[in-house]
Design a protein around this ligand. Structure first.
Ligand code: HEM
Length: 528
């Protein structure tokens, strides 16, 4: 009898709790859907293009709280913010949230790109990419990266008084990725690809309206040309592999072609290879070039950090013969330099927005995220949360030296969870090798004034540098540069610059080297 009473005493409250919980009608988050069709897209893109998107989002948070609804890129969207939101989104399983990109990205990168794949397909393609990008495998390629970087410095930095950093970093990371991912040697094909990729990038975050005058249309055209080249490349590599002219670890594409499942059939289809090689090229070269540009800029502004990095790199250089290539063990010694890079990523993460799609109704913080809606969050807003990173506007690499690591999902420059960046190791290798050779070559650099305004970059969707930042007094006063000292200019390698090049010369430069040279010449000429 006592047992029956006890059972009722437990079961009835549990029943009431559950029925109340699920009969409670969850509310859709507060907010609005903005203008018909375009929703909030133009307003957010405008804010990004004037580097005010965080302000724009904070205004929403002030108005509606950390969860609100809006309409972005033609899709009903829930915007989430904060550490709890990062944790929530990165730890959802693949049956609750699917990866999802704005329609423009999906169309330009292709339906089979890893960001679009879910469940088993995502696991399979990710595993194939990781088999090439994992540290144990990448160790073998440090020599290749080393050679690309020393050649780059020799061609673009030595004996120059001024350089434009961003376009050069793009050329550098493009070349590294061309070697490692595509296995394409320098030449006409690389040159065609670099231009096509830049064009494809321009329409990544745009309204997907495919009309001849839209950015989206131009990007789509560029991406289909790239994909045709990639299909041709696959045919050539397959033949070379069959004839044993190259091995399966020659580059990422050869590796993907060679992976077979337990039924001995190719594990990754040609479409998947093309879409993912394309996506990786965009993800890999833009992100790392942006990290390097901000890093060079921050080093120019902080002599004490500069000399600390210099000491670390000199120690490593001393232990090596003059032409000896860097090794995995050398990179492991560059601990301080990587902390400086990590702090750079905290302050200026190249990728800030993540997109997912609710695959079922989701309850979050008492609100309903309806099935089919897009979820967007600016994960790296936590990088500037003073409760997590005290004095967040201060560039302080030592914060990553302290024993207390930031809480999980607060430092998210490389994302988190099942979709965290598999290219982090390659980005680390490129960054450390580049900084090593800049220091070893004895360069020092100052920022050069070449424009007005406080905002030195904006997002489109990746950071683009405005011309002219942080004037250095000595340069402004016209002090002479010491011999051998480089002035790092941060100028935009965008279409405006392209237009100027076209105006000055009917014939565009044909080689990448010439392109870089032209860009700095133009800046030189403007100053004259
Ligand atoms: C500084 C350099 C880099 C940064 C800051 C960066 C950042 C990120 C972030 C934030 C994500 C997650 C996006 C999300 O959750 O929505 C991501 C994913 C990804 N990244 Fe990177 N990345 C970098 C370099 C690279 C490189 C060098 C490669 C390839 C060689 C690469 C390949 C990828 C791929 C394939 C994904 C998708 C992973 C998946 O969905 O499973 N990234 N990256």
């Amino acid at each position: 009898m006592h047992l029956i009473t006890l059972a009722f005493a437990l079961i009835i409250p549990l029943y009431l709790f559950l029925t109340q919980r699920y009969s409670k009608r969850l509310k859709i988050p507060p907010g609005s859907m903005g203008l018909p069709i375009v929703g909030h897209t133009p307003s957010l893109l405008k804010a990004m293009r004037s580097n005010k998107d965080e302000e724009w989002l904070r205004e929403r948070i002030r108005k509606y709280g950390p969860i609100s609804r809006m309409s972005l890129f033609g899709t009903p969207t829930v915007f989430l913010n904060g550490l709890a939101a990062n944790r929530f989104m990165y730890t959802r399983d693949s049956t609750t949230v699917g990866s999802h990109q704005p329609a423009s990205i999906k169309r330009i990168c292709g339906e089979q790109n890893i960001f679009e794949l879910t469940g088993e397909d995502h696991k399979r393609v990710r595993a194939a990419l990781v088999s090439f990008l994992k540290p144990d495998e990448l160790k073998k390629y440090i020599g290749k990266v080393d050679k690309e970087i020393t050649a780059h410095i020799k061609n673009h930095w030595h004996e120059k008084q001024e350089i434009t950093v961003m376009p050069l970093m793009k050329i550098l990371t493009f070349n590294v990725v061309c070697t490692l991912i595509f296995g394409i040697e320098p030449g006409i094909r690389r040159e065609e690809l670099v231009k096509l990729f830049e064009k494809a990038m321009e329409g990544m975050l745009s309204l997907p309206i495919d009309l001849p005058f839209t950015r989206f249309h131009r990007s789509l055209k560029a991406s289909s040309r790239v994909k045709a080249i990639l299909h041709q490349l696959i045919r050539e590599k397959r033949e070379a592999l069959n004839k044993h002219n190259i091995s399966s670890n020659h580059d990422l594409i050869s590796c993907l072609i060679s992976i077979r499942n337990d039924k001995n059939v190719p594990d990754v289809s040609d479409e998947e290879i093309v879409d993912n090689a394309f996506t990786i090229m965009i993800g890999a070269h833009d992100t790392t070039s942006i990290l390097l540009t901000f890093l060079i800029r921050l080093l120019a502004k902080d002599p004490s950090t500069f000399s600390h990095v210099l000491r670390e790199q000199e120690e490593i250089a001393k232990s090596k013969a003059s032409e000896e290539l860097l090794t995995w063990e050398d990179l492991a010694k560059m601990k301080y330099t990587w902390k400086v890079a990590t702090e750079t990523l905290r302050m200026h993460p190249p990728m800030t927005y993540s997109f997912r799609k609710a695959l079922k109704d989701i309850e979050y913080e008492g609100y309903l995220i309806p099935k089919g809606w897009q979820v967007v969050w600016n994960a790296s807003m936590t990088h500037m949360d003073k409760k997590i990173f005290p004095d967040p506007n201060k560039f302080n690499p030592l914060r990553f030296e302290q024993l207390k690591a930031p809480p999980p999902y607060s430092f998210v420059a490389f994302g988190g969870g099942a979709r965290r960046c598999p290219g982090k190791e390659l980005a680390r290798i490129e960054t450390l090798v580049m900084i090593h050779y800049l220091m070893k070559s004895g360069f020092k650099w100052k920022l050069k004034v070449c424009g007005e305004g406080h905002d030195f970059f904006y997002r489109d969707p990746m950071p683009v540098f405005n011309q002219g930042v942080d004037p250095m007094d000595e340069v402004q006063k016209g002090a002479r540069l010491k011999k051998g000292m480089l002035t790092a200019e941060f100028c935009q390698a965008d279409s405006r610059l392209g237009e100027e090049i076209s105006k000055m010369s009917k014939e565009l430069p044909t080689s990448l080297e010439a392109l870089a040279q032209e860009q700095s010449d133009i800046i030189q000429l403007k100053e004259d």
